[in-house]
Design a protein around this ligand. Structure first.
Ligand code: WQD
Length: 339
């Protein structure tokens, strides 16, 4: 029997890659997205990529009445929940909007799920629940904290899930803590498409490589790291998508939940990423050293052992693959824009 999945935020960066992986794994998937942070042509691109019709519902997870109608119409077996705001800098300026959207959205969704008798959920969490002082490599047992309103919403959502599980054993939830998702689908049809000037490192470097931005500012080169620049655990978005397929499979087969890191276990510095991107793109990536960015940790990278043990997950792609796929996507986009 084909299992039917509701994918909230499925037109977004990670959501669209996960949509492709779920369909290729044999699931029947419906996307729910309000297109607040996703391009409207993503469903068309997914249809091209997968050669199939895409079911998309335009709506907001805060809209309980709409959710009740959606659950009444479709007999879902599980939900993968991406729909949330995710820009750290924006969360500092708009904490209430982040609390409402991220926490209110999860509560409304889980209430609608409970009313419809749907109790399997994969939740998009983040390594930002570990705060900035966790022992490296970071294991799931590390103490949680938060360094910004975005990370705070992810921590509160995890606690809401824990309380709900404790109150009702019918729930089975996969909590996936992403490290730094980067790269794009090898087809060049979907990828990260941030509006304006990106906050994150790799999409910014991509715009420098593409000539849209003049140079990258390295936020501090005096960290206690091998080359002084910040170290992060970058993970290919396609590896991340595969992690969601394995999480769902575990919920269906094991019937119980898990809380796991999705990272590679390997940290790369800003300078290493710049060098790898220059090699992948064949472009010069000018940079200058700027002051540290407030709230940044020196280094974060995952202990990936538990995801391997519980889900059989391990990342396949290395930094070169991530940069090449990003450059393929960015340069394909630029070509179609010039056409
Ligand atoms: C990476 C490194 C910067 C930009 C954030 C969120 C996290 C997740 C991923 C949602 C750091 C340096 C960056 C630049 C730079 N988001 N950098 N110049 O901050 O590790 O994680 O995005 O889930 O929750 O916190 O990612 O890409 O912003 O920074 O030097 O222009 O690159 O200092 O060392 P970050 P990032």
């Amino acid at each position: 029997m084909t299992q039917r999945i509701l994918l909230t935020g499925g037109a977004g960066y990670i959501g669209s890659h996960t949509y492709a992986a779920l369909v290729e794994a044999g699931y029947e998937v419906v996307i729910l997205d309000n297109f607040s942070n996703s391009a409207r042509d993503v469903p068309d691109r997914l249809e091209l990529l997968l050669d199939r019709k895409i079911k998309v519902i335009e709506g907001d997870v805060l809209d309980r009445a709409m959710l009740d109608r959606v659950f009444a119409k479709h007999d879902f077996d599980a939900v993968v929940h991406f729909a949330a705001s995710k820009a750290v800098g924006e969360s500092v300026k708009e904490p209430l909007a982040y609390m409402q959207n991220n926490i209110g959205g999860l509560v409304t969704l889980m209430q609608a799920m409970q009313a419809a008798g749907v109790f399997r959920l994969v939740f998009s969490s983040s390594a930002s629940v570990y705060g900035n002082n966790a022992q490296l490599p970071i294991a799931e047992t590390a103490e949680r904290s938060y360094g910004n309103p975005y990370g705070h919403t992810k921590l509160v959502c995890e606690q809401i899930i824990e309380q709900t599980l404790a109150s009702d054993p019918r729930w089975a939830v996969g909590v996936l803590r992403y490290f730094n998702p980067v790269g794009a689908h090898p087809s060049g049809l979907i990828g990260e498409d941030p509006a304006g000037v990106p906050d994150n490192l790799m999409p910014y470097i991509a715009k420098v490589a593409g000539g849209e931005l003049p140079c990258i500012s390295i936020f501090g080169d005096d960290y206690p790291t091998p080359d002084g620049t910040g170290v992060r655990d970058y993970i290919h978005v396609c590896d991340l998508a595969d992690g969601h397929v394995l999480s769902l499979r575990s919920l269906f087969h094991e019937g119980k939940g898990h809380v796991v890191n999705l990272g590679t276990g390997r940290g790369y510095s800003v300078l290493e990423v710049i060098s790898a991107y220059a090699q992948a793109s064949g472009r010069d990536i000018p940079y200058l050293v700027a002051p540290r960015r407030p709230g940044d940790a020196a280094a974060t990278y995952a202990n990936p052992a538990l995801a391997k043990e519980m889900l059989g997950f391990s990342a396949r792609f290395d930094l070169g693959d991530m940069c090449r796929s990003s450059w393929e996507w960015v340069s394909t986009q630029a070509q179609s824009a010039d056409a």
